[in-house]
Design a protein around this ligand. Structure first.
Ligand code: MN
Length: 227
């Protein structure tokens, strides 16, 4: 192989609970996967099925600080469960989809809602609102061997001790195996892919100084300060 002509960017990783690093290949995020959040965003969940967008692998960061991003005055939290894949493929059947999961973690889909809204209004892509630096705070991934597969459990996000989002994993419109199958019909999934599985209702803004606590029953909670 010929040499790299610039220094090769290093593979981005997320820590694994108990040791080791999970290398991130792609990040798929599902939109409107909880009916109540779909309604609060102005959609009809019966008429508009969920859809996907992407963040960049290095937007995922395990940190206890969220750096308020530039060019926005309306940054929102969205608590989500991250699903980390240990193997990929195409046309993965639902019955075998969970065999592809390495582990799970609590994460946040931080969103520049004002920029996302402006893009939506013009039918433009969402990256400017979704795929910015540090936009995916995430906890160390917990292997299936430790936590099993999660299909129900309370989901809660608090800001400064006040509950803002509450839901249950069992309220997902598209379940984890269905998301894997769906994505594998449009893309070739690979080891290292992370799927962010959508957020319950109650999204809202944060400001510098706020403390976000995000928990999903069965997983380690995420606490992060907005700076
Ligand atoms: Mn989201």
């Amino acid at each position: 192989m010929s040499e790299f002509v610039i220094a090769a960017p290093k593979i981005h990783t997320v820590p694994v609970s108990g040791g080791g690093e999970f290398p991130v290949r792609r990040v798929y995020c599902i939109g409107r996967n909880y009916a109540a959040h779909s309604i609060e965003m102005g959609d009809d969940p019966d008429r508009d099925p969920p859809f996907f967008f992407q963040k960049n692998p290095n937007n995922l960061c395990a940190s206890d600080q969220f750096i308020y991003p530039p060019k926005t005055g309306d940054v929102h939290y969205e608590i989500e469960m991250a699903v980390a894949l240990k193997k990929g493929g195409i046309n993965i059947p639902v019955s075998r989809a969970l065999d592809h999961v390495y582990g799970y973690a609590v994460c946040l889909d931080m969103t520049r809602r004002d920029l996302q809204g402006a893009a939506k209004a013009k039918g433009r892509p969402w990256e400017i609102g979704k795929a910015f630096e540090n936009s995916g705070p995430i906890m160390p991934i917990q292997p299936v061997a430790d936590v099993g597969h999660l299909d129900h459990g309370r989901v809660e996000l608090m800001v400064n001790g006040e509950t803002k989002q509450v839901g249950d994993l069992n309220q997902m419109i598209w379940k984890v195996p269905e998301m894997i199958t769906y994505l594998s019909e449009y893309f070739e999934l690979g080891a290292g892919d992370v799927i962010m599985s959508g957020t319950p209702s109650g999204v809202g803004p944060v400001v510098r100084g706020d403390e976000i606590s995000a928990s999903i029953q069965g997983l380690n909670p995420l606490k992060i300060k907005v700076i």
